[in-house]
Ligand binder design. Structure first.
Ligand code: HPA
Ligand code: ZN
Length: 335
């Protein structure tokens, strides 16, 4: 059967790889800069957008951390998250699992509780107003030390019931998962589910380390896993989802063009691949745009799109009955 824009728009979707700081649109960045009296390195919104021309992950991260400097108050984090959730509603994202980077904020003197409270308040409102369910994942910055990560975990410990798991992000190459072995062991002892960015720019070895040393239940990106057949077999054996971010991968030059992306190859290999937006304000598209662009560039079939949607729910941290409810709705649309 044909894929129509209407069918794609109505398909219930998840987002499992989204950095809330990466949803800061230049318009909101400028509004918050004005509200908080923060100076920005751009003369205008247009100049900010024009600067989003990246050569690799690090050139993006430099601007991403600079942009986050306008986020100071609980209301700022609320406004940021609420704006993202409106995009979810428009794209029929019915469940989202959001990363936040506390170290980016606590290093500037913004208390952990301020960040957490603003994000959580917006998530609760979206659940009440739009029926969008969510999880929240604290990400450790891998370019910082494991000791710094432990200090962040200590700050988070009084509010552990307000997060659903932990992740690992920022500059990948040179900061392998093994650097955080003890921190993740402590998180495991606290009962926190774990994910990690691996195999975006880093080699398959980093994906092995995330699996074997950090004991993660998902791999964020993971597109380079295809280079290692034994790793592919292990990811399938353990049914580990990969949170693939197609437009991000093109913007950060992991693939030259979307038509070159290995998303279909991941699916054909039998991996639990999902579609996500990563840092949509910087990479030029939210979830819906990732689905539309992939459908067009890779000529994805209705069966492949259905599999991707189901994978999103299967890979999520929703309860099994909640997963089944959404999967039944997807299957009803395909029948
Ligand atoms: N990779 C690593 N770290 C990040 C990313 C990413 O795509 N986005 C925000 N932090
Ligand atoms: Zn990411």
């Amino acid at each position: 059967m044909q894929v129509t824009p209407d069918w794609l728009a109505r398909l219930p979707k998840t987002e499992l790889h989204l950095h809330i700081e990466g949803t800061l649109e230049p318009e909101l960045m400028f509004a918050l800069a004005r509200r908080n009296g923060v100076a920005l390195p751009y003369p205008s919104v247009e100049a900010a957008r024009a600067a989003y021309d990246f050569s690799a992950l690090q050139s993006f991260l430099d601007l991403y951390y600079a942009g986050a400097s306008v986020l100071l108050t609980e209301q700022d984090f609320y406004d940021l998250t609420a704006a993202y959730l409106l995009r979810c509603r428009a794209d029929r994202v019915v469940h989202t699992e959001i990363f936040f980077d506390p170290q980016t904020h606590t290093a500037r003197g913004v208390p952990y509780a301020t960040v957490l409270s603003g994000i959580r308040r917006a998530l609760a409102d979206a659940q009440a107003q739009f029926g969008i369910s969510s999880k929240l994942i604290l990400c450790f910055l891998r370019h910082l030390s494991e000791q710094d990560g432990f200090a962040t975990l200590r700050e988070a410990e009084p509010y552990l019931d307000l997060i659903d798991g932990v992740g690992l992000d920022s500059s990948e190459v040179g900061h392998p998962p093994e650097k955080f072995f003890r921190l993740f062991a402590r998180c495991k002892a606290l009962g926190l589910p774990r994910v990690a960015h691996a195999g975006e720019e880093g080699p398959p070895e980093y994906v092995w380390q995330a699996l074997d040393l950090l004991d993660v239940c998902r791999i964020d990106h993971g597109v380079r896993a295809l280079e290692d057949p034994a790793l592919v077999a292990e990811l399938i054996r353990r049914q580990i989802p990969l949170t693939v971010c197609p437009l991000s991968n093109v913007k950060l030059k992991v693939f030259e063009r979307l038509a070159d992306h290995n998303l279909r190859a991941l699916l054909e290999a039998g991996l639990v691949a999902t579609i996500n937006s990563d840092d949509p304000a910087y990479f030029g598209g939210y979830v819906g745009e990732n689905w539309r662009a992939c459908t067009e560039a890779l000529a994805l079939s209705r069966a492949e799109l259905t599999q991707l949607a189901i994978n999103g729910f299967r890979g999520s941290w929703l309860s099994r009955p909640e997963q089944e409810r959404w999967i039944a709705e997807i299957e009803a649309m395909t029948a």
